[in-house]
Design a protein around this ligand. Structure first.
Ligand code: HEM
Length: 194
């Protein structure tokens, strides 16, 4: 296997791990919104942390490092093509946000829900809102739309900034819809925990 093919192979394994981890997090977060049981709520927070650490984080490192060397190997430059800038720019934003704000959020959610479980507290609206506030929702629900935009950049390779910016706009809109709709789809409007 030559060097370029090895990089490409690593890049694909990297984004399979990252994408798989983000989709798994989406499902564990969905379960947390859906449930009225404190055990399931705490378990969902535990799985969110596991999926981030076991899949998303190593996948991100692999896709980032292999992507960097792919740019060097192909000699395309980091600023020459809008699709390349779209890939590493969004990746860098997601990587920093994912390892700072999101990580603080899911660790806090894990602590709060495990604490409530230990105390035998029921799952209340307050606990739910405290463990998963608006900021938590935004950081989580940005992941998959922005990942999709990066895949679009890597496969469709838009050659104008307009295409890249429209794709990012569509990604942000999708994230906003997730923030509004997912908690409501998971738990019908106004339904209160038992
Ligand atoms: C979430 C992060 C990323 C995802 C999901 C992703 C996804 C992809 C996809 C789907 C392709 C097309 C593969 C193919 O043609 O078979 C690709 C190619 C590429 N990616 Fe990424 N990528 C990511 C991050 C990066 C980063 C950070 C860089 C640069 C620093 C990068 C540089 C490249 C380059 C140069 C190619 C072209 C490879 C070629 O022509 O053979 N990628 N990426």
């Amino acid at each position: 296997m030559d060097y370029y093919t090895l990089l490409k192979f690593a890049h694909i394994i990297g984004f399979i791990l990252l994408g798989g981890g983000l989709l798994a997090v989406f499902m564990s977060e969905f379960q947390a919104y859906k449930t009225s049981d404190i055990c399931t709520f705490a378990e969902a927070a535990r799985y969110t942390a596991i999926f981030y650490d076991a899949f998303a984080a190593p996948g991100a490192i692999l896709v980032g490092v292999s992507g960097f060397f792919l740019v060097l190997e192909l000699g395309i430059g980091f600023f020459a093509e809008p699709w390349v800038v779209g890939m590493w720019g969004l990746f860098l934003f997601e990587f920093i946000e994912g390892n700072t704000v999101t990580r603080v959020q899911f660790r806090r959610t894990l602590r709060r829900s495990q604490d409530a479980l230990k105390r035998g507290n029921p799952l209340t609206h307050d606990l739910r809102d405290e463990a998963r506030g608006l900021f938590n929702k935004v950081t989580h629900f940005l992941d998959i739309p922005l990942f999709t935009v990066i895949v679009y950049c890597g496969t469709v390779r838009p050659d104008t900034w307009v295409h890249v910016l429209v794709a990012i706009g569509a990604g942000v809109l999708m994230a906003a819809l997730f923030v509004v709709l997912v908690p409501r789809i998971a738990r019908p409007w106004g339904a209160t925990p038992d």
